[in-house]
Design a binder for this molecule. Sequence first.
Ligand SMILES: Nc1ncnc2c1ncn2[C@@H]1O[C@H](COP(=O)(O)OP(=O)(O)OP(=O)(O)O)[C@@H](O)[C@H]1O
Ligand SMILES: [Mg+2]
Length: 182
Amino acid sequence: MSDDPTPSTSTDAAAAHGVVVLPDADATRAFGRALAGVLRAGDLVILTGDLGAGKTTLTQGIGAGLGVRGQVASPTFIVAREHPPLGDGPALVHVDAYRLGSLDEVDALDLDSSLDDSVTVVEWGSGLVEALAGDRLEIVLERPRGGVDPRSDDAPEAGERRVTVRGVGPRWSGLDVAALTR
Ligand SMILES: Nc1ncnc2c1ncn2[C@@H]1O[C@H](COP(=O)(O)OP(=O)(O)OP(=O)(O)O)[C@@H](O)[C@H]1O
Ligand SMILES: [Mg+2]
């Protein structure tokens, strides 16, 4: 994939769009916590990015911000995990679709039944779960390119992630992505 210089020209008036740069894992968790402040039951969030890009780290922040039970982690055998709310807020349903190959396997998770009462976050969900909800938040996490070994977080600035947020549908028309980092 080449560096895409396309500016964030929004062709869809109902789509929020924004890019933020997060210097380290704590910044990504903080961004997730801020994002949780605008998330509500019924929302679908689709996370895209290479292995180790920070999808689970971002979801940990979302879980902390929502105030849900249990440790948000990378599921090894569990594809979907429901974290019940500690208070009045929605549950977090955290899905890792990496090993899911077909829409039938997605259907078998029965995410429909929890969607309305939960915030549903799906790692590797692009191309698989869009039909679950009319509106969705698409978040793409990328490591910086050039000069930095993408497999190592040891080099200076190697922790930096470029995070692109795109809201699809009227639900997200008013989202101010930049405000989430302030
Ligand atoms: N800015 C950053 N944001 C998120 N993670 C970072 C950042 N900088 C360094 N890291 C580190 O990168 C790793 C990200 O791992 P994480 O499990 O969140 O990725 P992932 O996208 O969920 O991977 P997978 O595709 O395997 O599920 C963690 O070890 C984290 O500490
Ligand atoms: Mg992960």
